[in-house]
Design a protein around this ligand. Structure first.
Ligand SMILES: O=C(O)CCC(=O)C(=O)O
Ligand SMILES: [Fe+2]
Length: 352
């Protein structure tokens, strides 16, 4: 094994097992098509609900996103990452504007073995000017587009529009599975959403036993729609026993995982599961998440419709914009404090 910069080295307990066995009965694969007539909408929603309760992760097929569009985006991402680093740094993100190219992201204060390109789906996107909970001023997140490869911006925007449709559909299925009206969550998104997309590139790593492509974390928003390529490397921590379980690539499928907001809205009925990505010595790997995030003004708290005296709210309300702005600051550079987490809003367990 080669040597790597100490900034990438994970603590002993976080170092990955690269050869996890495939498990039977892993993360469910759900067919979203109802056209065969085999199932009702309610039955489909109930499959989704079971996956959200047990895993917080599932994969979907027959999802409606054109495979040709996904292939074009994947090709554009590869072309972008093949450019010389000086070219990519022309659209480098900075502390003021977190959109663009970035090659030194930290998850939980250890550097990730990856480079990323981020763009917001609604351009510009408004967020609070600072992470201060009393901040009244807003600022704009604005996309930075590279000159090369040609057509990069168009394919990114076209893809985002298609995946957004899938994200709303999943939100409806989740609502139905909870016994709520299908559009129960829609008002939190619309034109004000802070959704962004990321093109992840994980280069081969000389010592994948020490580093991680992305360290263990939970996604922040409502849900993530993730395209992974055929290389593999994503692992989810199973809540029943804390074991890391690999998510096998299924050609053409999307991985759906719930974020922190959905766990809070459902008062812990549905799980926002921890996950990470391992790297390898041989192959570069690409993945493309769509992070479906509410508007900055949304106060996130357990839904009234899902709580009562017997199931009282487990979280204090928090403002999404403040949570987002705080997260963004802490993954930009190594901080001495833990990144903001929903457990910090859990009633009676502050700091646990
Ligand atoms: O690369 C992957 O499969 C997962 C990426 C991920 O979890 C993230 O970007 O939040
Ligand atoms: Fe993630």
């Amino acid at each position: 094994m080669g040597t790597i910069d100490p900034a990438f080295i994970q603590s002993l307990e976080q170092r990955p097992d690269l050869h996890l066995p495939t498990v039977a009965g892993g993360v469910p694969l759900i067919d979203l098509s109802l056209s065969g007539g085999g199932r009702t909408l309610e039955q489909l929603a109930s499959e989704v609900g079971d996956a959200c309760r047990t895993w917080g992760f599932f994969q979907v097929i027959n999802h409606g996103v054109p495979s040709e569009l996904r292939a074009r985006l994947e090709a554009a991402a590869k072309e972008f990452y093949d450019l010389p680093v000086e070219e990519k740094r022309k659209v480098k993100r900075d502390e003021v504007n977190p959109m663009g190219y970035h090659d030194s992201e930290h998850t939980k204060n250890v550097r990730d073995w990856k480079e990323v390109f981020d763009f917001v789906v609604k351009d510009p996107t408004l967020i609070p000017a600072s992470p201060d909970p009393d901040e009244k001023e807003l600022r704009e997140l604005i996309n930075q587009w590279p000159q090369q490869p040609r057509g990069f911006r168009d394919v990114c925007e076209e893809y985002a529009r298609e995946v957004e449709k899938l994200a709303y559909r999943l939100l409806e299925l989740i609502s139905i599975s909870l016994g709520l009206p299908p559009d129960r969550f829609h008002g939190y998104f619309n034109e004000q959403q802070t959704t962004f997309m990321r093109l992840n590139h994980y280069p081969p790593c000389p010592d994948p036993t020490l580093a991680l492509g992305v360290g263990p974390h939970k996604d922040g928003g409502a849900l993530t729609v993730l395209a992974q390529d055929s290389v593999g490397g994503l692992q989810v921590r199973r809540t029943s026993d804390g074991k890391w379980i690999p998510i096998e690539p299924v050609p053409g499928a999307y991985i759906i995982n719930l974020g922190n907001c959905m766990q809070v809205w459902t008062n812990d009925a549905y799980i926002s599961a921890e996950h990470r990505a391992v790297v390898n010595t041989q192959k570069e790997r690409f993945s493309i998440p769509f992070f479906f995030f509410p508007g900055h003004h949304v106060f996130v708290s357990p839904l009234d419709d899902l709580t009562d005296d017997r199931n009282p709210p487990r979280y204090q309300p928090f403002k999404w914009g403040t949570f987002f702005a705080t997260r963004n600051r802490s993954d930009y550079k190594k901080l001495q404090v833990e990144n903001i987490q929903i457990k910090h809003f859990k009633k009676g367990q502050v700091g646990s």
